[in-house]
Design a protein around this ligand. Structure first.
Ligand code: CIR
Length: 253
């Protein structure tokens, strides 16, 4: 059960953020509208949303998920692997102090992005990517081990972040795309396979009684509805242009 979410408004510098996509430049005004709708979707799932002000110094800072991993037992502040994003953690640390007494930190040379961390009940899966290195993943494993959480480390082949292509919906249902389809680490799950042409929709968020899904991916939407979940769709086009998935826009706890 989630009670709370943290998001950060988009700044004008958002359009200058990091991206590898060839989908064109994001439209700031449109991104603002999409971000507001995203916040409304979170609220519909029954959580209180803390909306942080935009921070022009960090074009990618709306992707708050990469700065922390939040559990019922502790908060962990990451050490984001992209240099232009690393300073985002400084303010997030302070914000988290309002919610958590226990805050852990990933330390250099360990690097870790929250987008590479997926929680399934008392277990974490951590992807090794261009943003998360082995030192970061091993620190994560040690830290979370103290709280009784297990960790499986998974090297990524192509995906940007782990959760770009795999997300837990609850009830043993796992949404999988691309290199995670039939991956041995996930063999015990009921795999919901995302079609290649709908790969972006491999990143959906289960929030309490609903699943938030990016708009325009009918195949994925139907598969999730067929499992009995209530689906809320949100437009994500402007975030997709900046390599951002749906989960990246919030920290949920
Ligand atoms: C970046 O390259 O860091 C941003 N443009 C996108 C971050 C997306 N975050 C995520 O998938 N967790």
């Amino acid at each position: 059960m989630f009670n709370h979410a943290i998001v950060r408004k988009i700044g004008k510098s958002f359009v200058n953020g990091l991206t590898t996509s060839d989908l064109g430049n994001p439209n700031y005004e449109k991104a603002l509208v999409q971000h507001e709708a995203y916040v409304e979707a979170l609220k519909r799932c029954g959580v209180k949303v803390t909306v942080l002000e935009s921070d022009e110094r960090y074009p990618d800072s709306t992707f708050v998920e990469d700065t922390a991993v939040l559990t019922p037992k502790c908060a962990l502040v990451t050490n984001p692997g992209a240099e232009s994003r690393n300073g985002e953690i400084n303010e997030m640390k302070e914000v988290l102090k309002d919610f958590y007494d226990t805050i852990e930190y990933i330390q250099s040379p360990g690097m870790l992005d929250g987008g590479d961390v997926m929680q399934v009940e008392d277990h974490f899966y951590v992807g090794l990517s261009t943003r998360t290195n082995e030192a970061g993943a091993l620190q994560f494993k040690d830290i979370m081990g103290k709280y009784g959480y297990g960790t499986t480390i998974i090297p990524l082949k192509k995906f940007f972040h782990l959760k770009t292509g795999v997300n837990y919906l609850g009830d043993n249902n796992l949404l999988v795309a691309g290199e995670f389809i039939n991956h041995e680490a996930f063999s015990s799950f009921n795999q919901i396979i995302v079609k290649e042409e709908e790969e972006y929709s491999g990143n959906c968020v289960r929030m309490n009684d609903c699943v938030i899904v990016p708009k325009g991916f009918e195949g994925t939407k139907k598969k999730i509805e067929d499992l009995g979940y209530t689906v809320i769709e949100v437009e994500m086009t402007e975030f997709q242009k900046q390599d951002g998935g749906l989960s990246c826009l919030s920290l949920r706890f």
